[in-house]
Structures are given as C-alpha cells and as structure tokens.
Design a protein around this ligand. Structure first.
Ligand code: NDP
Length: 479
C-alpha cells in the first residue's frame, strides 16, 4: 500500500488527471482500467509518473493507503455504477470514492446515499476544463461529506488550476452539490457560446467583415471587460483557414451544433425549480434548432424582411454589439447563479456563491475576468437575490442598455436570429418591471379554473364568480 490516490478509468480524462496528480509533490498514483491494455499504454507512455498499476480491483485496493481514495473517470451512467459497485466490494468504511465524471446530480444524490450505507464516503466532483484542464489544472467542484473533504481537499488543491494565487477548488456542499454546480457551469457555458456566436453573426452580416477580420475584433475585445477563454478561442477558430479549400474553417463546418446533455439538464432542473434561465434555455434550443436539417430545408424558402440590412457606421455597430454581448452575458450568469441559489435551498446545500465564482476563474471553460466582479458582488452581500442588481453590474447594464436595445431591434429588422440577445433583454425588462401582465394571466386562470388571485390593496385570496353574477368572493388559496 504505497499510493495516496488512485484513478479508475484511463481514457483521455482519467489518464490526464492521473498524470496531473503524479506530477505534484507528495502524490503517488495507483491506476486501474477495466481493460488492461489502456493501463499498459499509459504506463509505457509515462514512465516518469511512477504509476502503480493494478489489473484487478483487489490489487488496486491493496495498492492504496488508508483511507483509500480513488477518483473514477469513466463513461458516465452505467459505467460509473459498475465501477462504484466493484470498488465498494474491495474498499472499507472510511475510504473515499470520488466520481469525477459528468454525472447528473440526482444520480450523485442516489449514489451517495447508497454508498454511505456501506460506511464508505462517496464524493461527486464536477471537473471542468476538458483534456487540457485535466492534465494541467482543472476547475474542480466536489460535493460529498465534510469528512471526505479533509483527505480529499489537499489532493484536489494540488492538481487544480490556480487563479490569482488561489486553487480553483472548494467544497461546494453535500452529496450532489458539486455535480449540480458543474451542471450549471455547463449551462452558462452554452449561453456564453451562443451569445458570442450571435455577436459574430451580427457583425458579419451587418458589416461584411471576414471571419479573419472578426477574429481581430474578438482578440481586441479580449483585452477589455469581456476577457475570457471563450472569447480568446473564438478568435482562434475564426482565424483558422481550411487547408483543403483555402476558405475560413468556420465556412466549411456544418452549421449544426451538437450537445452532450448538460445544457438540457440545466434547463430541465431550472424548470422544476421555477427559475427563469431563459438565456441558457435559448442557447440550448438554438443548438436544437440548428440540428434539424430536414426542417431547415423546408423552411429555408420562407420570406425574411423586405429591406436589406444596412449598417452605416460599422465601428459604432460593432461597439453596440460588444455592449449587447456584455449585458446579455451578465444576464446569463445572473440566471445561472439564481439556479444555484434555488438548488441549494431545495436540496439543503450550504453553497457559497462567491466561492463558486472564484473557482471558475481558472481551469474551466467559462473562466473569465468577469468572475472577480461576481465574487465582489457576493462578498458585499452574500444574500444578493438578483446578481445583476449588484452595483457593478447595474452600472454596466446602465452603460450598455441603449446599445443592447439597438442591437436587438437591428437583429429583428434584419431577420437575423438573436435568441439569446433578445431573451436576455426581455428577462432584464421583466425582472425590473414595476407591473407585469402576470396580473392578466392570473385573471385568466381564475376565469377558467377558479385558481383565485390576490389583490394589491388587501390581504386574502379571491375569486370572481365568472359564470355567475361576477361578484368577487373570498376564497381558499388554491393558486
Ligand atoms: P469516456 O467517457 O470515453 O469513457 C471511457 C472510459 O470508461 C474507459 O476507461 C472505459 O474503460 C471506461 N468504462 C466504460 N464503461 C465501463 C464499465 N462498465 N466499467 C468500467 N469501466 C468502464 O472517457 P473520457 O475520458 O472522455 O471521460 C471520462 C469522464 O469524464 C466522463 O464521465 C466524461 O463525461 C467526463 N468529462 C469529460 C470531459 C472531456 O472533455 N472529455 C470533460 C469533463 C468531464 P475501457 O477502456 O475498458 O473501455
């Protein structure tokens, strides 16, 4: 027993994470993969890592110091359940099983409960940053018990990305909290990517600039308040020229965006919690819309606006788009943090929202300067009900809102889809509204379903006798 940490599953993520662990002072890493070939390949390719290989789960358990700690990086779903089952048979009470895969948080809650009965600790940990993050330093979002964090904390801190001197890992909360937060991270990532794509499309169609020219715009934006990994890689993708055709690569890529499901989980969960994550939902639906070629083929002949899209002042338009992007991004993050807050309340997790924003500053896909401002906002007020009302963001939106409105108007008039830009603006106008037409919706609900309503001028619950003499009566509250 000489390894302090083990990794099960040696595909790209697991092998990179194992190498990352092995590269840090004080770690000795045991490795196991269902099929031994992968273990042998990793051993041969990385003799410097000093891995302790195992060909059976028994050997793997025997190679680990107690409390045994193992990180599972296998195909999410049945693969994860199979490995957990096998590990619980060879581990002992007090040992720690970490699932680093992209599990759906209700599965993590279920697994934690089942594993806890054996006395073994189970930790669902969201890991973001793709292959490169796994190797060089990801952002890690662990859930699980306080007891497991004592052993696991230092190990995860040793491999996490570092942002402004702080490791991008914190104990998020119990059982499924880590995977919940990772899920919302991915939802925000969908929104961020869609907003950037809409900005690109508007600039291209409004100014006729080439992808390479737009790459320069993004590179320039990356020096300011929009500075982020996603803006940076957007410039790289737009700059890329296809070797076979000589065209911009973006023009030869099929325009159908794929998805592995975490965006949909974020939206489904938000619907269940009653949290309006409209920016994330629109981004998820925009991918779905793009991925139905059979529908697009029949709809392509439908008419657009009569007038041509003419932008007279290109530079002013580009600046408007930048501001619209920033304001919409604030909405997307505000909605995402709202979902985390609601999830924490629903599942009884004590989540520090400021700490979440800090661990997203490095290693993960949505890493950005901007997250410092979110951390500041929660440092000033931990119970902030709506992130975008924090002074810094309110000021930024005040500065951006005219441009934001012009861009949404321009998109609508030009017939250019901008679902994330426009739904974010609608959310903003909705949340700041003094009165909403929800009053009328309540009236309709009372009419056909006697669902009752409340009055602005006195306590109680009321119903109008719509099919009778239309007088109002006090009613039981049935919503
Ligand atoms: P894959 O998701 O492709 O999974 C392959 C690994 O799973 C192999 O080691 C395979 O073993 C193992 N496996 C599958 N089924 C079983 C089973 N029933 N029992 C034991 N082992 C099994 O690997 P990735 O490295 O791409 O991803 C690992 C995890 O990390 C996934 O949950 C993924 O969602 C998550 N993740 C991935 C990211 C990425 O960028 N790729 C980013 C963040 C998280 P064998 O070799 O024997 O087939």
């Amino acid at each position: 027993a000489s390894a302090n940490i083990g990794v099960v599953g040696l595909a790209v993520m697991g092998s990179n994470l194992a190498r990352n662990l092995a590269s840090r002072e004080g770690n000795t890493v045991a490795i196991f993969n269902r099929s031994y070939e992968k273990t042998q390949t990793v051993l041969d390719a990385h003799p410097e890592a000093g891995f302790i290989p195992a060909s059976t789960y028994e050997e793997f358990a025997a190679s680990l110091q107690k409390p045994r700690t193992a990180i599972i990086m296998v195909k999410a779903g049945a693969g994860t359940d199979a490995v957990i089952q096998a590990l619980t048979e060879v581990f002992e009470p007090g040992d720690i099983i970490v699932d680093g895969g992209n599990a759906y948080f209700p599965d993590t809650i279920r697994r934690e409960k089942a594993v806890r009965e054996t006395g073994i600790n189970f930790v669902g940990a969201g890991i973001s940053g793709g292959e490169e993050g796994a190797l060089l330093g990801p952002s890690i979002m662990p859930g699980g018990s306080d007891e497991s964090w004592v052993t696991l904390g230092p190990i995860l801190k040793s491999i996490a990305a570092v942002a402004e001197g702080e490791p991008c890992v914190t104990h998020i909360g119990h059982d499924g909290a880590g995977h919940f937060v990772k899920m919302v991270h991915n939802g925000i990532e969908y929104a961020d990517m869609q907003l950037i794509a809409e900005a690109y499309d508007l600039i291209r169609r409004g100014t006729g600039r080439s992808p390479a020219e737009i790459a320069e715009i993004f590179a320039d934006w990356n020096k300011g308040e929009l500075e982020s990994y996603l803006i940076e890689i957007t410039a790289e993708v737009l700059r890329q020229v296809d070797a076979t055709t000589g065209k911009p690569l973006v023009d030869v890529i099929v325009d159908q965006a794929g998805a592995k499901g975490t965006g949909a989980w974020t939206v489904q969960t938000a619907l269940a919690l009653g949290v309006p994550v409209s920016g994330i939902a629109e981004a998820t639906f925009a991918r779905s819309l793009s991925s139905h070629p059979e529908q697009r083929a029949v709809a392509v002949s439908l008419p657009g606006p009569d007038d041509e899209f003419v932008v007279t002042d290109h530079d002013a338009f580009i600046e408007d788009v930048r501001l619209a992007l920033y304001a919409s991004k604030i909405v997307a993050y505000s909605q995402g943090f709202d979902e985390i807050r609601a999830g924490a309340a629903e599942y009884d997790w004590n989540i520090d929202l400021g700490a979440v924003s800090k661990i997203w500053r490095g290693g993960c896909i949505i890493r950005a300067q901007f997250l410092n401002r979110i951390a500041d906002a929660y440092a000033d007020n931990t119970d902030l009900p709506v992130l975008l009302t924090a002074p810094y963001f309110a000021e930024a939106i005040t500065r951006a809102q005219s441009a934001w409105r012009r861009v949404v108007v321009a998109a609508a008039q030009a017939g250019i889809p901008a679902p994330a830009f426009s739904s974010s603006l609608s959310y903003y106008d909705g949340i700041r509204a003094d009165r909403l037409p929800a009053a009328l919706v309540q009236g309709q609900r009372d009419f056909f379903g006697a669902h009752t309503y409340k009055r602005i001028d006195r306590e109680g619950t009321f119903h109008t006798l719509w099919s009778g003499d239309r007088t109002e009566i006090e009613a039981e509250d049935t919503h």
